[in-house]
Design a protein around this ligand. Structure first.
Ligand code: PMM
Length: 290
């Protein structure tokens, strides 16, 4: 078996179950304005039901978020984020679901972990809230360090790179060092290239083409391409036609999931689980036949 691939190098993450293939993280956005959920509003009951549906479709983990990070989005206040997220985490945990919380706020992370979340997924990699790293260190849960250059409101102007793969890798390395220096155990660190965050379509594609360099950082890798703009652009023939709406990008998302799984990603984060669940299982079967 190729030494860059396979379960042995996908990475054991302390505090999480282990899967013998790329895991599938299903997304539940408890927001009125998430770009990819098309502005649907989920109340607690509906959000929990959505999470359970994703599990029945093959999700291994459910990622619950209460703040939209689509380009241009403004921030929601902490109380509102808590009100959206914590009851949904509690509801899913009570049904036996492995839950991660998608938040940039330490307080939300702490309360979600107290409600049973197993993992903190911070798109800012600990940069947005100075309390985040010590809080996660104290909670002793895994932490997703995503590549991030700034809040959604201004991030498009930060999408400037000479060598996107080299710069993203170096910036991630610096964040990994910071979170470990801040007390988060290396066995609990997961990295993510942050597709679509301060990136143009060509940057996202280059990162997907070079997942192996990101894997070489030595940490489990999470890839979250689901329904993102770069896929819309690809499907529109590089801008020649109108991009299909987010909800019509799920087959394209599953294609990236297959690539990511083949390249040894630890997990993929997706809105529509069924096709990706199939994709990662096929990737695993192919890997087994190597
Ligand atoms: N993207 C979004 C939200 N959370 N988390 C991680 N780790 N990586 C991502 O790329 C990421 C994320 C934005 O997408 P959404 O609003 O459609 O969920």
């Amino acid at each position: 078996m190729n030494s860059m691939r396979g379960p042995a190098v996908r990475g054991r993450i302390e505090g999480l179950p282990e899967w013998d293939r790329c895991a599938v993280m299903g997304v539940v956005n408890v927001t009125p304005d998430s770009f990819s959920d098309g502005g649907r509003w989920f109340d607690t009951t509906a959000a929990v039901k959505r999470g359970l549906d994703l599990v029945s479709q093959g999700a291994d983990l459910v990622d619950v978020g209460g703040e939209s990070t689509r380009p241009g989005a403004s921030r929601v206040d902490a109380d509102e984020e808590l009100r959206r997220v914590v009851p949904v985490v509690r509801g899913l945990v009570s049904e036996g679901v492995a839950v991660s919380v998608d938040t940039m706020r330490a307080e939300v992370a702490e309360q979600a972990v107290a409600a049973g979340a197993l993992l903190v997924n911070d798109v800012s990699g600990g940069l947005a809230d100075p309390r985040m790293i010590p809080a996660v260190a104290e909670c002793r849960v895994p932490f997703v360090v995503m590549h991030w250059r700034g809040f959604s409101e201004g991030m498009n102007s930060l999408a400037v790179y000479e060598d996107v793969v080299g710069e993203v890798t170096a910036e991630l390395r610096a964040r990994i060092d910071a979170v470990i220096a801040g007390g988060i155990a290396p066995e609990r660190v997961i990295v993510d290239p942050g597709l679509g965050f301060a990136k143009q379509a060509e940057h996202d594609l280059a990162l997907v083409a070079h997942l192996r360099e990101l894997r070489a950082l030595g940490f489990p890798l999470l890839v979250a391409a689901s329904r993102k703009r770069f896929l819309g652009r690809v499907l529109a023939g590089n801008g020649q036609n109108t991009p299909p709406p987010a909800r019509e990008r799920d087959a394209a998302t599953a294609a990236v999931s297959a690539i990511a799984a083949h390249e040894g990603a630890w997990a993929v984060r997706v809105h529509e689980v069924r096709a990706t669940a199939d994709a990662v299982r096929v990737a695993r079967a192919v890997e087994g036949a190597m």
